[in-house]
Ligand binder design. Structure first.
Ligand code: NDP
Length: 246
């Protein structure tokens, strides 16, 4: 298997950590961004204990300038980025009639604008080299909507439009662009939801449980494989049957 240079944004988080470990296990050289150096270094040493070496680059993906500089830092250390996983994301939940411009803008900035900010500096190199894998981590709620998440659902739905347009523009350059839409996964983001609300969510999931981060990472490893060259413009729903749509 060919070793590639991979950037997973938000790699220090719940799902991101699993994606980083999966890609490293495939033999790829993996990097991620961070904002808080102390926390990132602690995470990096935890990864080292598991035999996973991850390159860290400082940068907030909601800023075009910081995204550009983190890409430049990683490419200086590892070489051109060949696999990009746009995974960094946040929620700022509120019913829409109470939502502030800040709650709207932070969520659009981190989940959607980040896709532009990070992909833009890597796409030209991928086109020149005629190979690339780009995966967006969207959400079940970008497909079905969610009470209190007009900002998040708008950002996550926007990632699909981004994915299918990029897929069309870059298919002839050996670049595939796909989206993974996880359902509810047991990470800090979901465990922060009050227990009674979580119990109601689990009751709606046919498999009767939350997903695990590694079940999402598995899908990413499938989409970035060399053999997945003809899968582009797709969305992979991974949600225990919680939302089945066409
Ligand atoms: P976490 O909160 O565990 O991790 C989020 C990661 O994103 C962290 O590494 C965080 O870094 C990083 N991040 C957040 N904002 C920024 C920013 N502005 N710039 C750079 N990095 C940033 O979330 P999950 O692992 O649960 O979620 C990962 C992705 O999966 C998200 O896009 C989320 O929307 C999506 N998802 C999650 C689901 C779930 O059930 N957990 C369900 C469906 C989709 P820092 O430590 O600096 O904050």
């Amino acid at each position: 298997m060919q070793s590639r240079v991979a950037l997973v944004t938000g790699g220090t988080g719940g799902i991101g950590s699993s994606i980083v470990q999966r890609l490293a296990a495939m033999g790829h050289r993996v990097a991620t961004n961070y904002r808080d150096e102390g926390r990132a270094l602690a995470w990096q040493s935890k990864m080292r204990e598991r035999g996973v070496d991850v390159v860290l680059a400082r940068g907030d993906v909601s800023s075009p300038e910081e995204a550009q500089s983190l890409v430049a830092d990683i490419e200086r250390d590892l070489g051109p980025i060949e696999v990009l996983v746009n995974n960094a994301g946040i929620t700022r939940d509120s019913t829409f009639h109470r939502m502030t411009p800040m709650q709207w803008n932070e969520v659009i900035g981190t989940n959607l604008n980040s896709c532009f900010n990070v992909t833009r500096p890597v796409i030209e190199g991928m086109r020149e080299r005629k190979w690339g894998r780009i995966v967006q981590i969207s959400s079940i709620n970008g497909l079905k909507g969610q009470y209190g998440q007009a900002n998040y659902a708008a950002a996550k739905a926007g990632m699909h439009g981004f994915t299918i347009s990029l897929a069309r523009e870059n298919a002839r350059f050996g670049i595939t662009v796909n989206t993974v839409s996880p359902g509810y996964v047991a990470t800090d983001m979901v465990m922060a939801v009050p227990e009674d609300v979580r119990a109601k969510i689990v009751a709606e999931i046919p498999t009767g449980r939350l997903g695990s981060p590694d079940e999402i990472a598995y899908a990413v490893s499938f989409l970035v494989a060399e053999e997945a060259a003809w899968i582009t413009g797709s969305n992979l729903d991974i949600n225990g049957g919680h939302h089945m749509g066409w």
